[in-house]
Design a protein around this ligand. Structure first.
Ligand code: NAD
Length: 483
C-alpha cells in the first residue's frame, strides 16, 4: 500500500497554497485513524480563487480558443486521471471507505466525463434566425464566466469531474469547493488541469468548511453560476445565495428512490439490482434504490432474496477489497453510520422489522451491516427520510395505483424503477413516476450520456448528458442590420 502524503494544499491561481483557516484532519473511516491533513480555506482564499477565475475569463483565453482545442484539453484531463488511476483509487478508498474496486470504477467514471464532454466542445452551436432581407441574426452560447462548484463527500472525484468537465468544455473558469471529509482526490483534478495545459486560474480547487468557505463562494458577487451537489437544506441555502446575486444555480440534491416490483418481475435478475442499488458505496448514493415496493404476492420471496444478498456481502476495510464481488466497505464516518442506525432504531419503534443487519460491526471503523427492513409502511419516517446508508426498506402494494402513490409519496423525485415483463405496464408506470430518471428492469441503467437530475426536492437543472451543457452557457442573440 502506497504511503499517503501527510499534508495536502489548496490549488489557487495555479499555485499550491496553505489555507487561511488552518488545516483539517482527514480520517480513514475503515480504521477511525487520521490519514492526512488538508489545508482549510477561509473567505480570503475563496476570494483569491474567484478573482483568479474571473481574470482568466475576462482575458478571453478560454473563450477565444477554438472549441475543439479546448475540448482536446478537457479530454487530456481524463487521460491524466486514467494514467494515475491506481494511486487515485487507493487514496479515494482510504479517505472515503469504499472498496478499492469501486474506487477504480469511480476514477474511470470521472475520466469518462472528461472524454464525453471534451468531445462535444465544438457542438455547443447556436442558430441563425431568419428576419428577412435586411438582417442577419444569430445566437451564440456564451459561458457564464466563473462557475462555482460545491461537491459532496460520497463520490468526491466523480462529482467534481462531472461539473468541471462540462464547465471547462463550455469555456467557463471554475472554482471547486471540495468536501471537507474527502478532499484528497480532488487534488488530482488540479494536476490534470495543469498537465492538460490550462492556464493558472482556470481551475481552482479548495477545501473549506461548508458554512465558511462554501457559503462565501456561493454568495460571492463575482461568481456567475453555481452548481451544487449535496443535501436539501444546503441546497436551499445555495439557492438563496444565488438569488442574492441574481445568478443561476443547478441543484443536485438527495432522494428516496423506489423500485416498483410487479408480480411478473424476474426476481433472479432483480437480485443484481438489490446488490448494486442499495449496497454499492455502502448505500451512500443519491440515486440509491432505498425503497422496494413489491406486489404482495411476491413479497416473501423478494425479502428472502434480499436477505440472501445482504448476508452474502463481506464487510470490512475497502483497501482489502480489491476485486469486484460480494463485499462492502466502511461508511464515510462514524457520524453517518450512527445517523443510519438511529433511523433504523426509530423505524423499529414505529413497527418496522429488521430482516437482517441493522447493527454496527464490532470493530473500529464506520461499518454498518447490510440491512433489510420489512413491515415498512408509507407513513413511517424511514419510508421518506433519506438514510444514505446500506439500508433497504421493503413496502407492499396490491394494485398499480397504490404502488405509484407510494413511490410518489415523498418530497423527493430523483430516480425511480419499474420491474415487470409487461411493456405496457412498464411504460405506464414509468410515465407516472415523478422523477427525473426512471429505470425499467435495471437499476442505474444509463450513463454519463443520459440526463440526470431531480423533480421536487431532489433539485433542478440537469447534470450528465447533453442537457447539462446548457446549464453552463447563456444564450446571446446578435442581430445585424444589413444595408
Ligand atoms: P451537504 O449538503 O452537507 O454538503 C455538500 C457540500 O456543501 C459540502 O462541500 C459542504 O461543505 C458544502 N456546504 C455545507 N453547508 C454549506 C453552506 N451553508 N453553503 C455552501 N456550501 C455548504 O451534503 P453531504 O452530506 O456532503 O452529501 C450528502 C447529500 O448529497 C445527500 O443528500 C445526497 O443525496 C446528496 N447527493 C446528491 C447527488 C446528486 O447528484 N443528486 C450526488 C451526491 C450526493
Amino acid at each position: 500500500m502506497a504511503q499517503i502524503k501527510p499534508y495536502w494544499q489548496n490549488y489557487i491561481d495555479g499555485v499550491w497554497v496553505d489555507g487561511g483557516a488552518g488545516r483539517i484532519d482527514v480520517t480513514d473511516p475503515a480504521t477511525g485513524e487520521k490519514l492526512a491533513e488538508h489545508a482549510l480555506a477561509d473567505a480570503a482564499d475563496v476570494d483569491r480563487a474567484v478573482q483568479a477565475a474571473r481574470r482568466v475569463h475576462m482575458s478571453g483565453v478560454l473563450t477565444d480558443m477554438r472549441p475543439i482545442e479546448r475540448g482536446r484539453m478537457v479530454q487530456a484531463m481524463g487521460r491524466y486521471l486514467l494514467e494515475h488511476k491506481d494511486e487515485i483509487a487507493e487514496t479515494l478508498t482510504r479517505e472515503q471507505g469504499k472498496p478499492l474496486w469501486e474506487a477504480h470504477i469511480e476514477v474511470a467514471g470521472a475520466a469518462l466525463y472528461f472524454e464525453y464532454y471534451g468531445n462535444q466542445a465544438s457542438t455547443v452551436e447556436g442558430r441563425s434566425i431568419p428576419l428577412g432581407k435586411g438582417y442577419f441574426d444569430f445566437t451564440e452560447n456564451a459561458p457564464f464566466g466563473v462557475s462555482a462548484q460545491i461537491i459532496p463527500w460520497n463520490y468526491p472525484i466523480e462529482m467534481s469531474a462531472r461539473s468541471l468537465s462540462a464547465g471547462l468544455t463550455t469555456g467557463n473558469a471554475c472554482v471547486i469547493k471540495s468536501p471537507e471529509m474527502t478532499p484528497l482526490t480532488n487534488a488530482y483534478l488540479a494536476k490534470a488541469a495543469e498537465a492538460a495545459g490550462f492556464p493558472a486560474g482556470a481551475v481552482n480547487i479548495l477545501c473549506g468548511l461548508g458554512h465558511d468557505a462554501g457559503a462565501t463562494l456561493a454568495g460571492h458577487a463575482d461568481v456567475n453560476q453555481i452548481v451544487f451537489t449535496g443535501s436539501v437544506p444546503t441546497g436551499i441555502a445555495i439557492a438563496k445565495a444565488a438569488a442574492g446575486n441574481v445568478v443561476p444555480c443547478v441543484l443536485e440534491l438527495g432522494g428516496k428512490s423506489a423500485a416498483i416490483v410487479h408480480d411478473d418481475a424476474d426476481l433472479d435478475a432483480f437480485e443484481r439490482d438489490i446488490r448494486w442499488g442499495i449496497y454499492f458505496n455502502a448505500g451512500q448514493v443519491c440515486s440509491a434504490m432505498s425503497r422496494v415496493i413489491v406486489h404482495e404476492s411476491r413479497h416473501d420471496e423478494l425479502v428472502e432474496r434480499a436477505v440472501g444478498i445482504a448476508k452474502s456481502l463481506s464487510v470490512g476495510p475497502g483497501i482489502e477489497r480489491d476485486t469486484t464481488g460480494a463485499n462492502m466497505g466502511a461508511m464515510v464516518s462514524d457520524g453517518q453510520r450512527d445517523r443510519a442506525v438511529g433511523i433504523i432504531e426509530n423505524a423499529q419503534r414505529e413497527g418496522a422489522m429488521i430482516a437482517t443487519g441493522g447493527r454496527k460491526l464490532n470493530r473500529p471503523g464506520a461499518f454498518l451491516e447490510p440491512t433489510v427492513m420489512t413491515d415498512v409502511t408509507p407513513d413511517m419516517d424511514i419510508a421518506s427520510n433519506e438514510i444514505f446508508g446500506p439500508v433497504l426498506s421493503v413496502l407492499k402494494f396490491r394494485d398499480e395505483a397504490e404502488a405509484i402513490g407510494i413511490a410518489n409519496g415523498t418530497p423527493y423525485g430523483l430516480v425511480g424503477g419499474v420491474f415487470t415483463r409487461d411493456l405496457d405496464r412498464a411504460t405506464r408506470s414509468a410515465r407516472q413516476i415523478r422523477a427525473g430518471q426512471v429505470f425499467v428492469n435495471e437499476w442505474f441503467a444509463g450513463g454519463v450520456e443520459t440526463p440526470f437530475g431531480g423533480f421536487g426536492k431532489s433539485g433542478y437543472g440537469r447534470e450528465k448528458g447533453r442537457e447539462a451543457l446548457w446549464n453552463y452557457v447563456q444564450t446571446k442573440n446578435i442581430a445585424i442590420r444589413l444595408s
